[in-house]
Each structure stands twice: as C-alpha cells, then as structure tokens.
Design a protein around this ligand. Sequence first.
Ligand code: ADP
Length: 252
Amino acid sequence: YLTTIRQDLAHLEANQEPTGDRPMDGFRRIVASGIGYCYTPGDWAVRDLDLELASGEVVGIVGPSGGGKSTLVQLLSRLRRPDEGTILVDGVPYGDIDPRAWTSQVAVVPQEPDLMEASVIENIVFWRQGISRDRVDAAARAARVYDDIAQLPNGFDTKLGPGGQGLSGGQKQRVAMARALAGNPSLLVLDEPTSALDIDTEALVRDTIRSLRGRVTVVVVAHRPSTLEVCDRIVTIESGRVVADRRNDGGA
Ligand code: ADP
C-alpha cells in the first residue's frame, strides 16, 4: 500500500495544474517533441512522440484501440502533462501559459458529453464570465443545434435532467460542441464518440468542423471514415507513436 501511495503522490506532483503567467492569444504553431506519458511507471502509453500543429489545420487522429490517441489529445489539451519531452506554443512551453488564458483558448469535447442538470443556456455558458446571449446563439448555430434548442418547450431556458436528460444523444453532443465554441477557442480538441450517433448529427458535426477550418485548429480523434473526409491531415498513432502522418488532399 505504501508503494502505491508513494507512486500516486509522485504522479500527482508531476501532474500538478500548471501555474504559468504567460499570455496566449491564438497561436501559429504547437510543437510536441519527444513526448511520453506513463499511467503506471515504466509502462508508456505515449512514447517519444513528435507532432506539429499549424494554426487553422484540421488534424484527424486514427489508430488501433489502446494505441494512445486519447492520451495524446489529453496531453495536447494539457489535461495531462507529459512525463518526457516538451510541448511548445510558438516557442513557449505550454506549462508556462496562464491557466486561465489556456482554458479560454483550448476547448475539449469529450466522447461522452458531460452535460449537467441545468438549463440549456447554463450548459452552454458553463460559468464563464462575458459570454453574451449573442455569443451563445452564434455558438449554437455554429454547432448546428440552434433549431433543435429553439423547438424545446422553453427554448434555451429549458431545464435538462441529470446528464442532459431531455435531449437525444446527438443533441447532447452538439450542445457540448456549442459549449466549446462559445469560448471562441483557437484549438478545439474533439474525441469523437465511438457509439453510433444518428446520421444527421454525424453530418452536422462534419459541417461544423468544415466551417471551422482555417480559423480554428481542430484535432479530432476520428472513429468514422466519414470524419476523415473533412481532415487536412491524418495522423496514425500506434503503440504510443506516430506511424504515419499524411496530407489528405481530397479533404473538403
Ligand atoms: P486509444 O485512445 O488509442 O484507445 P489510450 O490513450 O486510451 O488509447 O490508451 C493508451 C494506453 O494507455 C493503453 O495501453 C491503455 O490501456 C492505457 N491507459 C489509458 N487510460 C488509462 C488509465 N486511465 N489508467 C491506466 N492506463 C490507461
């Protein structure tokens, strides 16, 4: 037990929330060099991985289950910090960036939308200051969920049950996307659900990604071939490493 506690404490220490004070307002390039991460010491989920993201690119991450895709996107979004290697944002180590600036610039849409028991608008605003009603509407439109919300009994003020009860799975996914977009992020990280979404939602999410291209950098863990159609680049991760990184010239 003591060994486990010591390992857990060391891990916690290595993964403290960063407390930098550097500003961030968009970026040109994010460069991950030689990054590695272990959940248990000596067992590398991601190892010696290099990846560069240019502003406005849509990058699809593919690869076998257990290959390290989720770990990689959690590292890129600073939800976990690498045990090895560096991630630089225009030359600045990302741990040096003010956490408030970082969270306002980087949005994550998880596989399972984590909606709360609250109104739709509260779910989109999510306690952030300065998100106006206009911004909420624009985000809901961008996430292709505005009309669905408008048709609810009380529109944006409709109360949802625990976990977003009252919406379909696809609507929850799009509300989670609206929450992410309401903050005007410069990096959007999307872990595509493995569970089937309705065909309409799949197409709508693709539309959203397509419309962000060139303005927002999107990293999407893609479980569907159709998602790859909208990617500028497709990166394959296997055994914690990049094994292929190709341009998707057919992307549109
Ligand atoms: P993918 O997203 O490609 O399926 P993951 O990043 O989830 O891959 O997993 C990479 C490796 O890390 C796998 O060996 C997996 O078992 C391990 N792993 C993932 N999450 C955890 C965790 N929370 N605790 C321990 N090991 C984990």
